[in-house]
Design a protein around this ligand. Structure first.
Ligand SMILES: [Zn+2]
Length: 282
């Protein structure tokens, strides 16, 4: 089975460092933040940074960016909505300059306004952003972990949002930790087959363009977004052995670790765990 592995890489020292780090670990894919993920403010990308990144990132099979955390695409608060659209437009512009195809976005929270309103807002926000920046960049909506007021924890909601946006530049990033925390039991055979059926029914497997491969520090259906190293959480080694049977979902699809590491070299342990599971399955 052809698989593509990568990880979220730090950009400390410059954007191009992320690519160098991924190459050092012999990964074929990686993910970055193009700016501080915890703020609204950001510096312009400098010509030199773009050039260095484009040079350093040659040859990878998949690169993606992750939107900062403050924008909330599902908010009906006018000010947050405006800032979120601006932020998404800016991320599309940055991705275009850096020649990065996929932008991962947390769908957001309706903040008590109700899921229907939340979905309408997400559709409006994403449409507006995509219309503003003509490019081949795709916006990948990431499934949420089932937190209170979250929009996009259920596949049926994500499916409705995708149909509402109706643009081929929209897809899904499936996070294994979030799915598990939202109640999709990918760790058991019966749970996985039900999950795949629902994914196909409401969204379509071909719309899943990226996978965030994370174990979960919280239990099935806990509604809590806490990532864990592969094999060390509630999904566990056995659970991933089961998940990797979903060949139709994972084959040739970039799988990105966002596991809690102190240093990016530690991703190699997650990589070894994954490879040893896959080897045992042969
Ligand atoms: Zn994720």
């Amino acid at each position: 089975m052809e698989i593509i592995i990568g990880a979220h890489m730090p950009i400390t020292g410059g954007l191009s460092k992320s690519a160098e780090r991924a190459r050092e670990l012999k990964f074929e894919a990686f993910q970055i933040f193009t700016r501080n993920p915890r703020g609204w403010r950001y510096p312009e990308l400098k010509e030199d940074d773009i050039k260095n990144f484009l040079n350093a990132s040659k040859g990878f099979s998949s690169i993606n960016t992750h939107m900062p955390y403050l924008p909330n695409l599902a908010s009906s608060k006018e000010e947050i909505y405006k800032k979120s659209v601006e932020s998404l437009i800016e991320e599309l512009r940055r991705a275009k300059k850096l020649q990065i195809k996929y932008i991962v976005v947390h769908v957001g929270s309706h903040l008590g306004e109700g899921i229907e309103k939340g979905k309408e807002r997400v559709i409006k926000t994403v449409k507006e952003a995509l219309d503003s920046v003509p490019c081949d960049c795709h916006i990948l909506l990431e499934n949420m972990a089932g937190q209170k007021n979250s929009v996009g924890s259920r596949f049926e909601d994500l499916g409705e949002i995708i149909s509402g946006i109706n643009d081929k530049r929209v897809g899904i990033c499936l996070d294994t930790c979030h799915a598990f925390a939202a109640g999709y039991d990918i760790a058991t055979q019966a749970g996985l087959s039900k999950t795949l059926d629902e994914l196909e029914k409401y969204i379509g497997l071909r719309k899943v363009m990226l996978i965030h491969l994370n174990d979960s520090k919280s239990g099935l259906g806990s509604g809590s977004d806490r990532h864990e190293r592969i094999g060390k959480g509630f999904i566990g080694r056995k659970g991933f052995e089961n998940f990797f049977k979903a060949k139709e979902l994972i084959e040739n699809k970039p799988m990105i670790f966002e596991t809690p590491v102190n240093d990016y070299h530690e991703y190699l342990e997650d990589y070894k765990t994954v490879m040893s599971i896959l080897k045992n399955m042969e």
